[in-house]
Design a protein around this ligand. Structure first.
Ligand code: NAD
Ligand code: MG
Length: 393
């Protein structure tokens, strides 16, 4: 049966890769909703090609422009705008599958809506899970849909765990540890004294992956891996101390599971997000993702090392927030989003990103993250505080 797919964040890096996989399999996947923040032109092109029922942008003026353009092309796509319309795209487009690929906290509410509505959720938006792990996993359970991780590390671990692992008692699986691999980003070997002068362009030039700007900066600071540790904690239900980070500069092994009997299972592949996206879309089957085959004989070597926490203070901050639990991961995430945006705007030096996050984490006590209202209010508080610290900087 053809899957009806809604893509939240279709104009971003994950969104475009998702459409690339879908384009190659029109018999399997139909696009029913596309959403974007501000990139109206790109969304218009996507609408013309994929003819969704619903298209969403953030601003009313952009919606009017898009609607006029699509009408002139004879399209009947319903054009909506604003945060609530993202939820409508999930609940009223007739989709059964939702690619959650909006970056940051902006993706939280529609991603939760997809969970509640029992959709197959393809989760790329790790920030949503970091903010609301408990609520989100409960919503998935109540909704009864399937949760497929798209982040390459979590997709790899998902592939290395037995099918239906969530329904098997943890103790009988024999999982000892999850090893999340990390490339170490563009500054893995940069002399520490040079880090102060890093520019946004340098931070966004990832050695192995082509991604959106925010996650590229997160990869440079390794906040990304910290967020991924928290993501793995919620997705796989293992204690934090069983989730390890390993530097692996080649990005060929996407992550691993170590079992009690001595086995370590790894998933390998090209650093190309179309592999995890195709797996999420077609699971439990596999389809051609358009990805070049991996040629291990051509790779000189695969290497692994422990991360250097002095070089990557954001990783330590994320571990601390994960350990504190409650609203701490949401506070960490909000402060990081603001600090990264300021850095990308050239309003904050690179090394101050970790400092801002640390100050905000220290200033707001952790509390129970038991309702969406609490999470959104702490998110707003942390953003404001981060902004204040940046202004004083
Ligand atoms: P991106 O910046 O390229 O794209 C983000 C998308 O979200 C765009 O379509 C943008 O228009 C939309 N958007 C942004 N702000 C919005 C708002 N306020 N309201 C509505 N829409 C908004 O980002 P990306 O690299 O595609 O990453 C998307 C998500 O996937 C992130 O959470 C990221 O951590 C995760 N992820 C990405 C990769 C990757 O390879 N790019 C890998 C793993 C996980
Ligand atoms: Mg990842």
């Amino acid at each position: 049966m053809t899957k009806q797919v809604a893509i939240l964040g279709s104009t971003g890096s994950i969104g475009v890769n998702t459409l690339d996989v879908i384009r190659a399999h029109p018999d399997r996947f139909k696009v029913v909703a596309l959403t974007a923040g501000k990139q109206v032109e790109r969304l218009a092109e996507q609408c013309i090609e994929f003819q969704p029922e619903i298209a969403v942008v953030t601003e009313v003026q952009d919606a009017a422009r898009l609607e006029k353009f699509l009408l002139a092309k004879g399209l009947r796509t319903k054009v909506l705008y604003g945060p609530q319309a993202l939820v409508t795209a999930v609940t009223e487009s007739g989709c059964d599958t939702v690619m959650a690929a909006i970056v940051g906290a902006a993706g939280l509410v529609p991603t939760l809506a997809a969970a509640q509505a029992g959709k197959r959720v393809l989760l790329a938006n790790k920030e949503a899970l970091v903010m609301s792990g408990n609520l989100f996993m409960q919503a998935m359970q109540r909704g009864g849909g399937e949760l497929l991780p798209i982040d390459s590390e979590h997709n790899a671990i998902f592939q290395c765990l037995p099918n239906g692992f969530a329904k098997v008692p943890q103790s009988s699986l024999g999982v000892e540890e999850l090893w999340l691999t990390a490339s170490g980003g563009p500054f893995r070997d940069t002399p520490l004294e040079q880090l102060a002068g890093i520019t946004p362009a340098q931070a966004c030039a990832h050695p192995n992956w082509v991604m959106g700007k925010k996650i590229s900066v997160d990869s440079a600071t390794m906040m990304n891996k910290g967020l991924e540790v928290i993501e793995a904690f919620w997705l796989f239900g293992l204690p934090l101390e069983k989730i390890k980070v390993l530097i692996h500069p080649q990005s060929v092994v996407h992550s691993m599971v170590r079992y009690r009997d001595g086995s370590v299972l790894a998933q390998m592949g090209q650093p190309d997000m179309r592999t995890p996206i195709a797996y999420g879309l077609s699971w439990p089957e596999r389809v051609d993702a358009g990805v070049a085959p991996l040629n291990l004989a051509q790779l000189a070597a695969l290497s692994f090392a422990e991360p250097d926490l002095a070089r990557f203070p954001c990783l330590s901050l994320a571990f601390a927030a994960a350990k504190a639990g409650g609203t701490s991961p949401a506070i960490l995430n909000a402060a990081n989003e603001i600090a990264v945006a300021a850095f990308l705007d050239e309003g904050l030096p690179y090394l101050q990103i970790a400092k801002v996050v640390e100050q905000v984490l220290n200033a707001i006590p952790s509390s129970n993250a038991d309702s969406l209202e609490t999470i959104l209010s702490v998110d707003a508080q942390a953003r404001k505080l981060a902004q204040d610290f940046i202004c004083k900087h």
